[in-house]
Design a binder for this molecule. Structure first.
Ligand code: RP5
Length: 168
């Protein structure tokens, strides 16, 4: 990746395991559809804690503006990431096999006051919405992202209006 490409990356997607990619690929696909450059990495809070600290501490200096962190089970990745950066961290609770992601959701959402993480819905919906929320944040100063986001929303509205209830 060239320096110019690397400098353009504003969103970092991190996840606790390769197994989270089935969910987090929806974040990547949504960012791609909006034309937002991003990077994606496996960074585990408990299996690679030093890497997580390095990633979070360097993120702002590398030009990232938003971090999207997906994790399942005892999902401490978003919270630990938020502890090491002032950037907004958007947490995606990955649907776990034992407790269907309720464990992931509660692990991410119940941050004690002082170090916030935004918390999205469990699974695919949350993964897509994390990308859209990142787009909203970038839209505050990026005209291209704002235009892409508004276009996405208009198309979504048009699709709903064009699809009456079958048989009605
Ligand atoms: C978490 O443990 C990951 O975010 C993943 O959702 C979960 C299970 O990981 P694997 O055992 O599939 O690697 O750290």
């Amino acid at each position: 990746m060239s320096d110019a490409q690397s400098a353009a990356i504003k969103v970092g997607i991190i996840m606790g395991s390769q197994s989270d990619w089935a969910t987090m690929s929806h974040t990547a696909d949504t960012l791609k559809s909006l034309g937002i450059p991003f990077e994606s990495r496996v960074v585990s809070a408990h299996r690679t804690p030093d890497l997580l600290f390095e990633y979070a501490e360097a993120a702002a200096g590398r030009g990232l503006e938003v971090i999207i962190a997906g994790a399942g089970g005892a999902a401490h990745l978003p919270g630990m990431c938020a502890a090491k950066t002032h950037l907004p961290v958007l947490g995606v609770p990955v649907q776990s096999s034992m407790l269907s992601g309720v464990d992931s959701l509660l692990s991410i959402v119940q941050m004690p006051a002082g170090v916030p993480t935004a918390t999205l819905a469990i699974g695919k919906a949350g993964a897509i919405n994390a990308a859209l929320l990142a787009a909203s944040i970038l839209s505050n100063h990026d005209d291209n992202v704002r235009a892409a986001l508004l276009d996405f929303r208009q198309q979504q509205t048009d699709r709903v209006l064009a699809n009456p209830i079958p048989g009605e």
